[in-house]
Design a protein around this ligand. Structure first.
Ligand SMILES: NC(=O)c1ccc[n+]([C@@H]2O[C@H](COP(=O)([O-])OP(=O)(O)OC[C@H]3O[C@@H](n4cnc5c(N)ncnc54)[C@H](O)[C@@H]3O)[C@@H](O)[C@H]2O)c1
Length: 331
């Protein structure tokens, strides 16, 4: 049994906790939130002790093998740094939430500390932990799609948050860029245009062009204003376009379409692997994290590792710099 602590018991921390409760290899041994009522409510729900600071939790004699870190803060990532550093310093593997941090300098320090301590450190980049993405990646690796020319992504949700000019880019697009990196690899160059939606104060719409190191081209269309669940592809869509075929993933897990370039016969998979909806991605992502812990996967080989989340964040900052300076930014 892996003894797990959950830190930050908002809606997402509770989602992590429910996944650990359902996972046959994990047992929740502690919950921690600086808001006492949240920690107490979770302690009752998951039948474990409550703590109101990491320091207090680490001072207890409870053995903690791994922790989920689901704090939020400025741009949904401003609070992650301090508690993550405390946990890593105490030798505890961490599964953090995205964005890894809204500040690249802090993200780099967390990644460096985990590396120094040889600890697994991963981020909940759950959008690609789906049977659809895994199957598409298998097709890509086996050559079924042919040489890839484009990895394009749409991601849009209706989010009225106006808390900082680049909230949309920093809080939402770690996900889309991680999916794009999953298929396209590392990114070399970035160019972006931003637009404020009607009546909005923040940059709530974006077009980002990417050139991957492999030469593959990528395009991200992101929005807090457009789209919605009524669109043909729901909240997100990824297209991988190669010399032999185009593959489309709709709504992360709901539909996978293989369209051969020289034939009309499409393969359409509805809910491949039986995954129902986006909500199920937490269970599959956390299941993979637990597998990596059980199998003692080398920290550098952990799926969705923090370094990948840092790379997504570097693309985000490059996109912002590109827009502000009106230039292409090299990574
Ligand atoms: N992966 C996904 O699909 C997905 C979806 C939505 C949100 N998120 C991410 O999940 C994270 C949490 O989101 P949320 O909506 O649950 O946030 P929230 O603000 O509701 O909850 C965060 C909790 O962390 C606690 N906290 C802050 N600092 C702490 C500390 N030092 N020690 C202990 N507890 C502390 C707060 O008191 C709060 O209860 C965010 O980073 C967000 O971006 C991920």
């Amino acid at each position: 049994m892996i003894n797990v602590a959950v830190v930050g018991l908002g809606s997402i921390g509770n989602t992590h906790a429910r996944c650990y409760r359902e996972n046959r290899y994990t047992r929740i041994v502690a919950v921690c939130d600086i808001l006492r009522e949240r920690a107490d409510r979770a302690a009752q729900e998951y039948n474990c002790p409550a703590f109101y600071s990491i320091k207090q939790m680490l001072a207890s004699d409870i053995r903690i093998d791994a922790a989920s870190m689901a704090t939020a803060g400025v741009e949904n990532g401003g609070d992650h740094y301090k508690p993550t550093m405390e946990l890593l310093n105490a030798g505890i593997p961490v599964l953090g939430e995205k964005p890894i941090s809204n500040k690249v300098s802090e993200a780099k320090k967390m990644v460096a500390l985990a590396k120094r301590k040889r600890l697994p450190y991963a981020i909940d980049l759950n959008h690609r932990f789906t049977p659809a993405a895994v199957k598409a990646k298998q097709w890509l690796d086996s050559g079924r799609i042919g040489e890839v020319n484009f990895v394009n992504m749409y991601m849009w949700i209706n989010n009225p948050n106006e808390s900082s000019p680049h909230f949309h880019m920093r809080a939402l697009h770690p996900h889309s860029l991680d999916v794009m990196r999953y298929f396209g690899g590392d990114v070399a160059r970035v160019h972006a245009f931003f637009k404020k939606g009607k009546g909005r104060k923040i940059w709530s719409n974006v077009h980002v062009n990417l050139q991957f190191k492999s030469g593959v081209l990528g395009h991200l269309m992101g929005s807090y204003d457009g789209g919605g669940p009524g669109t043909p592809w729901g909240l997100e869509r990824c297209d991988i376009i190669g010399a032999k075929a185009m593959v489309t993933i709709n709504d992360a897990c709901e539909k996978l379409i293989f369209s051969p370039r020289f034939s009309l016969e499409q393969e359409i998979y509805d809910h491949p692997g039986g995954m129902k909806s986006f909500g199920d991605t937490f269970e599959s992502r956390i299941g993979k994290w637990v597998d990596d812990l059980r199998k003692k996967t080398k920290p550098s080989a952990v799926d969705g590792k923090a370094e990948d989340a840092l790379k997504a964040q570097l693309i985000i900052e490059a996109a912002i710099e590109s827009w502000e300076k009106g230039t292409v930014v090299d990574l």
